[in-house]
Design a protein around this ligand. Sequence first.
Ligand code: SF4
Length: 279
Amino acid sequence: MKLPDNFYFSQSNLQDYVDCPYRFYLRYFLQLKWPALVVDDALAFERRGQIGARFHHLIQQYLHGVPDNRISNLAGADPEPELAAWWEDFLQFVAPMVVGQRYVEAALSTSLGGHRLLAKFDLVLLRADRSLDIFDWKTSRRVPREALLLQRLQTRLYRLILAEAGQDLAGGQPLNPDQITMHYWYASQPDNPVSLPYSLDAFRSDRVYLGELVSEIAARSETRFGRTEDHDKCRYCVYRSHCDRGKQAGDFDAFEDVEIDPQDFGLDIEFDQIAEIAF
Ligand code: SF4
């Protein structure tokens, strides 16, 4: 069995593979859907995901030029007071940072070793000095350590793809990796975004790592997508009963401690609908 010809490697499917090759196999080869809950409190989980999605939507509107006061009214009318507080923090701490040419929800793809890689950015900002900033909004409570964020597949993939495929965003001029910085903004720590500047060394390292990773996945025979040895990875996996790794869903309160954002669930990109470069 092969991956579909139109398959794109993304941060979420690569993370699945790195966490557990068998999960990747179930989800992308067999396309087995969600047979179990991710956490024990499904309503709280869903509610949290929905607040995060509404917050992202407010930010999108702001970045597209909708006046602050109209968005503040929307945030104030939201049934979850948390959202209005996040919005106030966003206005105070982020709005002054996002000055430049904005590419909101930009999707870029590139090819590595004959395989297609895709990133969908919350925001790419082109500044007057031609530097490019990637912004990613997070509403999970826990802020990972910088070292972890640097190793995160999202960080490695997003910065690499922007360096490889982002020259159209920068007026057609070739890009140097050191023009790029990725910022994670956590609503729980609004005055302290984590900023990760890119470099040529990191770019070269990411190219090798990601190139080998996607080649390994594409070449792997169907019977060799093994189950992870790390049972912690199964706690919040929907396939745990299928794998006989426990029937009980993971604890919602501890969910944030494993640094997973509820928004990451159920937001799979429709790859077929995204052109080679679309923004
Ligand atoms: S339950 Fe565990 S072994 Fe099974 S797919 Fe999920 S992470 Fe992999």
